[in-house]
Write a new protein. Sequence first.
Length: 352
Amino acid sequence: MSIERTPLRRRAVWLLAAGALAVAGITGLSTMAASADPVLPPLSPAELLTKVAQAHPDGLTATFEQRSDLGLPSLSGIGGSDGADLQSALSLLTGNHTVRVWLAGTDQSRVALVDGSSETAAIRNGDQLWLWSSDKQQAKHATLTAGERPTTTPTSPTDAVQRLLAAVEPTTNVTTSGTGTVAGRPVYQLVLTPKDDASLVSQVRISVDSTTFVPLAARVVADDGSDALSFAATSVDFSRPADSIFAFTPPPGAEVSELKPPTSTSPEPKKDAVKPTIVGTGWTTVAVAKFDLGKADQTAKALLQSLPEVSGSWGTGRLLSTTLVNAVITDDGRVAVGSVDPEKLYSALAKR
């Protein structure tokens, strides 16, 4: 959520992260009981979608387990502190992680990624916004103006699902698939299936609480049948957390800086800014953008050199391939990214 201009090494990471998170900013699934599924009043897909859209719990305390298997390439050959930072960022898209969430009303939230004794957290308390890293002992602060809210990161499971549904409609078949249990609570099963089978995503399966209609789990299934991303509540409590949960004061000795997070009221882009070219729609959208590779640092160059070479009528470049998202970085500074096979990226580059 840093707001400074990012060099190519970070852009490569965030292009991948954005693509994966746009498909699955709500990733995950719970383990369902094979027998004795709860009996719930029947709801059509449209009825269930409406209830999810209207879900605004007064309070929430939950622990989620995230599991990721995107098949990311190894970056062990990239050395130095910058290389370590890059590997650390990509580690968020691999392996298992614990995320804790606290919500109270519409203007208090705390989302913390907990790995062992370290914590990376985003805390909002009214008009005060803090980003905290215990490993780096760094705190970034912003004061939000009236009506202002961060928009780059979903602040709750409901927010994430609502963003996903808005982004994929009407390119998706939406169905329901029985019931189940997540963290001891009965849930409905909502299934999103891309209409275009060219997408690397086969299905997104979302588990929705039967009382509050807050999403408690989801799973992103890749087209090879593997579970690429999963996110499931292991405990949940819908009572309102204490206000002290959202009070944050940087500890003595921490590095504190001010930032202005991107918001819904951010200024328009500069007139000379080049917007990405969008090819396709929905799940098979490909974005093609232009970047100045001349400003790439040694870490970015090492990352690019570690990727396999590809070429075609569109030129030459490097391919970053994962289970859900592929990206091509061309030698002349174009980047094409999408949840599609490389061939569709090459086709989009030929049009750019």
